[in-house]
Ligand binder design. Sequence first.
Ligand code: PRP
Ligand code: URA
Length: 208
Amino acid sequence: MNEKVLNHPLITHKLALLRDVGTGTKVFRELVTEISIFVMYEAMRDAKLEETTIETPLEKMETGMLNEDHYAVVPILRAGMGMVDGILNVIPNAKIGHIGLYRDEETFQPVEYYYKMPEGIADREVLVIDPMLATGGSASATISRLKQDGVTRVKLLCIVAAPQGIKRIEDDHPDVQIFCATVDRELNENAYILPGLGDAGDRVYGTK
Ligand code: PRP
Ligand code: URA
């Protein structure tokens, strides 16, 4: 199993608020940020630290520190942008790349409209972020595109995943670990996640 699902009462609580149709744009954005921090915490559990010496007010000590230059964060536009603040709370110096994809409303296939990555992307560990993993088409296409550029280390961070999306990533990219706050029941006939939270992009940006 390549997926790690956060299983914690605080996450269930915050997801309940996030899912609720009565939650407005401001609170929705704040919750996406908060939940993203928790997802990121789990995704960084195996992070490699560099040995360093620091000085406390009392003495010198050997410890480990993260080299934030090793990371790039790639939000899938638009909704992925909603998670950026949360991720940057954890690694403020990460470089950020952008990929623009939308799902064709009839075929549900992702269509790329923008792609811009930081220099040296192939040498970085890339954290792809998108709150929704539905059919998995958008995330899979993003990872394939990054691999074309030589990227070899990818983690996928999302908030709500569907079983179909997880399976798609496991089939297409067995090397990629998925970190999500929850796995929901199924997709409906329009490939929306049930029970889900609706259209994440529309809720982050207030477009509907
Ligand atoms: C949503 C979501 C994912 C994608 C998930 O984006 O943010 O990128 O759908 O669906 P999939 O797993 O079936 O590909 P959408 O295409 O609605 O674009 P938006 O972020 O611009 O609203
Ligand atoms: N994209 C969304 O924003 N929500 C879904 O449920 C599925 C895809």
